[in-house]
Design a protein around this ligand. Structure first.
Ligand code: GDP
Length: 201
């Protein structure tokens, strides 16, 4: 098994039980957050990154609104699968709960090393993406931006998308350490991303 499901978090009240002495569910390895809106390709990317079929666990009923924790043997990291933020149709109270839970977790966990923020490369950055980018910036966790489904764009389209993203990022200095184009489907960019995450800490 290249990856193992550890546990999940759906309530701030469970934080004391989850994190003790800097360990999360008994593991001391650095944590890597993965976040993106629903359907961005998060499960496919996590599976490709940990080289196992694990992210389906997060799609089980009841787990989709929770933070799900996995241990990746290859990366020697704990992967934190954050609930998607495709909540345009959800009530503001629910959105607030989502942000509060992530914030409470990130403030409590002393060993978060990196956040991988996913954006679908087929679409330009949406107002929701930009909101999420700045929200994660406010958490003060090192971040990288990963553009998913790169196989869906030709070179010209990629060039145009890069320009669009660079223009947005110009107004958010320091938002991301790096930008990666990946295709979980074809494997393009996955090795570089794997190395980046593995060697980051
Ligand atoms: P999640 O909802 O963010 O966990 O996304 P999934 O991993 O379940 O993927 C959502 C949809 O995008 C599925 O239909 C996947 O087959 C598709 N998908 C995921 N990754 C890729 C990719 O790299 N390329 C393409 N073309 N499709 C992808």
């Amino acid at each position: 098994m290249a990856a193992t499901y550890l546990t999940s978090l759906g309530d701030k009240a469970q934080l004391d039980e989850l994190i003790a002495d800097g360990k999360l569910a008994g593991r001391s390895e650095p944590r890597v957050l993965v976040v993106g809106r629903s359907n961005v390709g998060k499960s496919s990317l996590i599976n490709a990154l940990v080289r196992d079929d694990i992210a389906h666990v997060s799609k089980q009923p009841g787990k989709t609104r929770k933070l799900n924790f996995f241990f990746s043997t290859n990366l020697r990291k704990v992967i934190v699968d954050l609930p998607g933020y495709g909540f345009a149709k959800r009530a503001p109270a629910e959105i607030r709960l989502w942000a509060e839970l992530i914030q409470a977790y990130s403030e409590r966990d002393p060993n978060i090393g990196l956040a991988i923020v996913l954006t679908d490369s087929r679409h330009g950055p949406t107002p929701q993406d930009i909101e999420a980018w700045s929200y994660f910036k406010s958490l003060h966790v090192p971040r990288i931006l990963v553009l998913t489904k790169s196989d869906e764009l030709n070179q010209k389209e990629r060039f145009a998308r890069n320009k669009e993203i660079a223009a947005v990022l110009e107004s958010m200095p320091g938002a991301f350490l790096s930008v990666h184009w990946v295709s979980a489907k074809k494997g393009d960019g996955m090795l570089d991303l794997f190395k980046c995450v593995k060697e980051w800490l």
